[in-house]
Design a protein around this ligand. Sequence first.
Ligand code: AMP
Length: 277
Amino acid sequence: LKVIRTRAAMREYARQNAGRIGFVPTMGYLHEGHLSLIRRAKAENPLTVVSIFVNPAQFNDPADLEKYPVDFARDTAMLEGEAVDAVFAPTREEVYPNGVPELRMRYDALMDKLCGAHRPGHFEGVLLVVHKLFMWIMPRRAYFGLKDYQQYLLIRKMVYDLEIPVEVIGCPLVREADGLAMSSRNVRLSAFGRKQALLISRALFAAAKVWRSGASVAETQAALHSALGELEVEYALLCNAETLVTLTGSEPRPEKVLIAVAVYVEGVRLIDNVLLP
Ligand code: AMP
């Protein structure tokens, strides 16, 4: 595992390995969700580069940034275990030498939905850092988890509109054996919170079953909300998976529906979704 710390060194590695790199961007504190992306990248590319960078530009809540788990030794051991070729782990100064620039890339319609509606500036920060990473690493393919479905849509769109020569690949959401969506933030939950968090995937699966049985938007919404019980819900809804427009029931049944949830458990923000059919 080659550890790369500067963008100059990253650019040099990219120049030497042009056209051969599969790239997996992460914020570290790796888990099986990340590893599934890494394994896919390994299978499809001669070289795999993973980035670890907790991007301050995408944290709208400073306390959330402060509490984001970090363990570089643990992460590199996991990357060694997967025989990853290189890890790019720059400092904040390296990524933002003049501070976070004012540049804002926005998709008004897509960013006004779901997480974008509740985390001002979040996706602008994501697009900024992913664009920078793409320019340094020049990957042939880049792998993103569908756990962050809205993020995946936005990155795909940015790459298309800016004609960045990267193939963006969406990878299935990975869950714990009991159904909880894997997340670096899960370690912040107590045993009790961990149990409460199980309601999220259970509610999603219950709602998906109701929807698949041919029930209406209202019936599916009701099933979703009742299964979430007492959880502190930020949003829990059905939307058109292409546009992220919330379903009201008056539209024709879309081809692809996303049921998406964001909740707070013990102050930790957790998201999850199912994509139907
Ligand atoms: P993060 O480190 O949380 O920014 O995630 C880095 C990448 O891993 C993103 O593309 C995420 O969508 C993906 N990812 C995180 N958790 C999961 C999961 N449970 N299943 C699949 N992909 C995931």
